[in-house]
Design a protein around this ligand. Structure first.
Ligand code: 5GP
Ligand code: MN
Length: 330
């Protein structure tokens, strides 16, 4: 597969890098590092995001030619007519780019390459580099560069995105998915000039008062601990979010706060949105959440971190969840 990737790269023109909807640190990190790597081998890539990322990820897109499909689809479609290669980074099925962009990815008629670490990849790509044991797509990007024998091209600009993706998908290097290679790669990134402390600051030290108060409110007023199971839940309605001027990314990490409570093994966060409710699941130990998210909430993800969507309102969605909850603990 790595040899096919290298051949595809050498023969490509105007490659397009895509990633999943509501792009997180790994989605942005792997896309920007791949973008800078493609530039370095003489290509003219663009990055296409289904929608805007959280504000704190925007600095990582400086010096990257990127477009947002929601607002720029005609320009992207025009560009795609000159392209013969589309990359799908950090997602395993065309549905993950969202309804507006899905047909663009699915119907792209030239070669498609998936580079991803989510379980159960769909077969919508011609080349599939799927390694589910790796902590982040960003680490897989590093491995691809290394295995294609391009490590001498690695520089701090490429490395910064790799560090961002690894850091955000591993809860800052603490999840079981972190392995020895993760740390060897991080060491290498620091060696080539990646300023690791700047990346931590850019992600974790950019709270607004509103974001902190929303988080405080959610924990103080909205946290429910299940009476029978080691389960913690937080839900936020649209009105509650509006009260704290909630921006994209402001509730990120809240679900992990629930999981950090002693004795809690499963955490669920319900966020009411315009089109329904977004669910975030986290777990640890013997409890897995991805199959549950996929079976009941049209989602998926990893064993310990998954998400889904419900088109019902918040109350109905929460009632539905409560009626199914015992399945999470079998
Ligand atoms: P988060 O809770 O941070 O939004 O997502 C956690 C994990 O679940 C991520 O690995 C993400 O890829 C996956 N995930 C989140 N939402 C969805 C979804 O709607 N569908 C699928 N298949 N996976 C999701
Ligand atoms: Mn990821």
């Amino acid at each position: 597969m790595i040899q096919s990737l290298k051949e595809a790269l050498l023969n490509c023109q105007n490659p397009i890098i895509t990633t999943h909807k509501s792009p997180d640190g790994d989605a942005i990190g792997s896309s920007v590092s791949w973008y800078h790597f493609l530039k370095k081998i003489g290509k003219k890539p663009i990055v296409v995001l289904p929608d805007q990322p959280a504000v704190f990820l925007l600095p990582f897109l400086e010096n990257v030619e990127y477009f947002v499909f929601e607002s720029d689809s005609s320009k992207i479609i025009e560009f795609s007519e000159t392209s013969n290669l589309l990359f799908c980074l950090d997602y395993n099925g065309s549905g993950r780019v969202g309804a507006t962009m899905e047909s663009f990815v699915r119907d792209f008629s030239m070669q498609k390459v998936m580079i991803d670490h989510h379980p159960n990849p769909d077969s919508f790509c011609d080349i599939i580099i799927s390694r589910t044991q790796i902590c982040s797509t960003a680490q897989l990007i590093y491995d691809c560069i290394a295995e294609m024998d391009y490590l001498d091209l690695l520089d701090a600009e490429i490395g910064k995105g790799i560090y961002l993706g690894i850091m955000t998908d591993t809860g800052s290097f603490r999840f079981p998915s972190v392995d020895k290679n993760t740390h060897l790669i991080l060491a290498k990134l620091i060696e080539i000039g990646v300023k690791h402390y700047e990346i931590h600051e850019a992600i974790y030290d950019v709270n607004t008062i509103d974001r902190l108060q929303l988080r405080g409110y959610a924990i103080a007023e909205k946290l429910e601990i299940h009476k029978d199971y080691p389960l913690g839940i937080i839900s936020l309605s649209k009105e509650e979010q509006e009260r704290f001027h909630c921006q994209k990314g402001d509730t990120e990490g809240l679900v992990n706060v629930i999981l950090s409570i002693e004795g809690i093994s499963v955490a669920v966060f319900f966020k009411e949105e315009n089109e329904g409710v977004k669910l975030s699941f986290r777990s640890k130990g013997k409890y897995f959440v991805n199959e549950f998210a996929s079976k009941y909430f049209g989602g998926g993800g990893h064993k310990y971190a998954a998400g889904g969507i419900s088109s019902s309102n918040l109350t109905v969605t929460m009632n539905q969840f409560h009626s199914l909850v015992q399945e999470l603990f079998q």
